[in-house]
Design a protein around this ligand. Structure first.
Ligand code: PLP
Length: 368
């Protein structure tokens, strides 16, 4: 038998789940059309609306990981030849360009230096009349937070474009207000700050974007028109729930429980807990003489990027952390694979004890 290994998941995701989310996975399995499960599904959508900061009726957990949320966002909104301006300041902005392009968009990437936040003025200047403007709120590849409120204001003041936002590493970790910020379509993931295992993509789309959707998108599975009946639009009208695909019942129970934990603690308290843990970690790393990668003023608390010191073997350090301390941290992304570490303090890991453990293990490993 394989032995059970338990790790501190301090990388860019997945994070360790909240205990409530783990308990949710172990509940007796229900049928996906069982009334008891439908109640859990409805409550999960309600809880997701709170986490997103939205009143959107169409707010649901898609049955796949965050990247499927990205696919759903574009496959449902991009009509052939539509101009899609994408703010790119890291790996996930690049992925948005790739996905939008496969959906038939004319993609206009607006490249920013990795480690810096997106500049709304530059994004707006890229094209006079885009159909969609897309951006990543929290770039997990670089540890940068961008100001989506400012981008939303700029986009809606001067264009008719839809604003598509990646909130995979912001939801449940840092301030996120989809409606106030003018987010028309948003997608996220469960395994980062929501503190639930990977497997679902919390998704939200407002009426304006839904009205402009592609009637018969290339993807049957991610067709938001068909998914309405699955999460309950039809049910709300008394038409009953229809089968589209088998809901991943255990994962939705887990998300339901994880969100319950977050809302019990209070969303703003959860944001404050992530902010405090990230600040303590970043202060500690700098005290140790390490240099942070993301620009000051735009650093995410939940995902810290730090430069690997000269002469230090990045992979060897990560191996030691894993083997000696059961700590996982991430390498860098793209050209920074070997020169940056990515340290996540997400969900239940956004705690002072995790900060202390990480700093001590890193100091010992680096001999500082
Ligand atoms: C992790 C991540 C994704 C992709 O999510 P998966 O669950 O890995 O498919 C997309 N965007 C951002 C910002 C991420 O951090």
């Amino acid at each position: 038998m394989t032995s059970i290994v338990q790790r501190h998941l301090f990388g860019p995701g997945p994070s360790n789940p909240y205990p409530e989310a783990t308990e949710g996975l172990a509940r007796p399995l229900l049928g996906h059309l069982d009334p008891a499960f439908l109640t859990i599904m409805d409550e999960t959508c309600d809880r997701l609306r709170v986490a997103w900061g939205t009143d959107n009726a169409r707010t649901l957990p898609l049955s796949a990981t965050g990247s499927a949320g990205m696919e759903a966002a574009f496959v449902n909104t991009v009509h052939p030849g539509d101009v899609v301006v994408v703010a790119v300041n890291g790996l996930f902005g690049q992925r948005m360009c790739e996905v939008a392009s496969r959906c038939g968009a004319e993609v206009v990437p607006v490249e920013h230096t990795w480690g810096t936040a997106i500049d709304p003025e530059r994004v707006l200047a890229a094209h006079p009349s885009p159909k969609i403007v897309a951006a990543v709120h929290a770039e997990t590849s670089t540890g940068v937070r961008s100001d989506i409120a400012a981008l939303g204001d700029a986009v809606h003041a001067s264009t008719d474009a839809l604003l598509v936002v990646d909130a995979v590493t912001s939801i449940g970790g840092i301030e996120l207000r989809a409606d106030d910020w003018g987010i028309d379509v948003g997608y996220a993931g469960t395994q980062k700050c929501l503190g639930v295992a990977p497997g679902l993509a919390p998704f939200t789309i407002n009426d304006r974007a839904f009205a402009r959707r592609v009637e018969r998108p290339q993807s049957w599975y991610l067709d938001l028109g068909l998914l309405g009946g699955y999460v309950g639009e039809a049910g709300a009208k008394g038409g009953g729930r229809t089968y589209h695909h088998t809901a991943p019942v255990a994962m939705i129970s887990s998300l339901h429980a994880g969100l319950g934990r977050i809302l019990d603690e209070g969303l703003e308290n959860v944001w404050a807990r992530h902010a405090a843990a990230g600040q303590a970690l970043q202060d500690g790393l700098e005290t140790m003489g390490l240099e942070l990668f993301a620009e000051k003023g735009s650093r995410l608390p939940d995902l810290t990027t730090v430069r690997v010191p000269d002469g230090v073997d990045s992979a060897a350090v990560r191996r030691t952390l894993l083997e000696r301390y059961d700590i996982e941290i991430g390498g860098g992304a793209g050209e920074f694979a070997a020169s940056v570490w990515r340290i996540g303090l997400m969900g239940p890991n956004a705690r002072p004890d995790a900060v202390a453990l990480l700093l001590a293990a890193l100091a010992e490993t680096l001999g500082r």
